[in-house]
Design a protein around this ligand. Structure first.
Ligand SMILES: N[C@@H](CCC(=O)N[C@@H](CS)C(=O)NCC(=O)O)C(=O)O
Length: 220
């Protein structure tokens, strides 16, 4: 089993953090052909995105599906809460991240250079982010993590995305406030992530990997 991708991707990082929490070793490799755009990689996954998981030549695409596969395949330590409501809440945090939060990162990435910035897009996305932070407030379970007192699937998705937003958005646009500094549920959650012996060192390693991507966005 090997994971194709690069740590700078929050989707790749999510899978690596999830595997780490479960105590599963998942080797990370560059995609066949050296890039997601290569013909070799497109033969393996026509979706052409990272990550994908290679299980004896079978391709499992999509970070969320890969995490669920790892959960099913290695069941010694669960990466989901014990009860069904908690499992649904953890998955909801992951889904909110993929469906509502993630698209905003692509829109803001195109606004990083001040001389090319469309202020209306930044303002609109800043307002959308405020609404989305409210979704987490509403749907997270009892804390301090997304659900309960251990990190699970949802924390992996939101944790890596939050790090990306810290660099891409909160440090870049004055209009976009950091919800982990505003005293609410997301602050409590972030403090728990920062106090966790696996999440903290992992996220500390992920941030500089994503910062290298910012060099690309700043030059765009
Ligand atoms: N829904 C996918 C998203 C993966 C994704 O967007 N990956 C980006 C890197 S962050 C990618 O592979 N981009 C390459 C491309 O679009 O050519 C997942 O959850 O795995």
């Amino acid at each position: 089993m090997k994971l194709y991708g690069a740590l700078a991707s929050p989707y790749v990082a999510r899978v690596l953090l999830f595997a780490k929490l479960k105590g599963v070793e998942v080797p990370l490799e560059s995609p066949p052909g050296g890039s997601p755009a290569s013909e070799d990689y497109r033969d393996f996954t026509p979706i052409g995105k990272i990550p994908s998981l290679d299980v004896g030549g079978i391709c499992i695409p999509e970070s969320e599906t890969i995490c669920e596969y790892i959960e099913d395949e290695f069941d010694e330590k669960s990466g989901l809460p014990a009860d069904n409501i908690g499992r649904a809440q953890s998955r909801t945090v992951s889904r909110i991240t993929d469906i509502y939060l993630s698209p905003i990162s692509s829109l803001l990435a195109r606004q990083v250079r001040p001389e090319k910035r469309d202020q209306a897009v930044v303002d609109e996305q800043a307002a959308a982010l405020t609404r989305i932070w409210g979704y987490y407030d509403h749907f997270m379970g009892d804390g301090p993590f997304a659900v309960g007192d251990e990190p699970t699937l949802g924390d992996c998705a939101l944790g890596t995305h939050m790090c990306m937003f810290k660099v891409l958005a909160f440090d870049t646009f004055d209009e976009v406030a950091d919800p982990t500094q505003q005293g609410g549920r997301l602050q409590t959650w972030w403090e728990a992530m920062q106090g966790h012996d696996i999440c903290k060192p992992f996220l500390d390693e992920y941030i500089p990997a994503f910062e290298k991507m910012m060099v690309y966005f700043r030059g765009k």
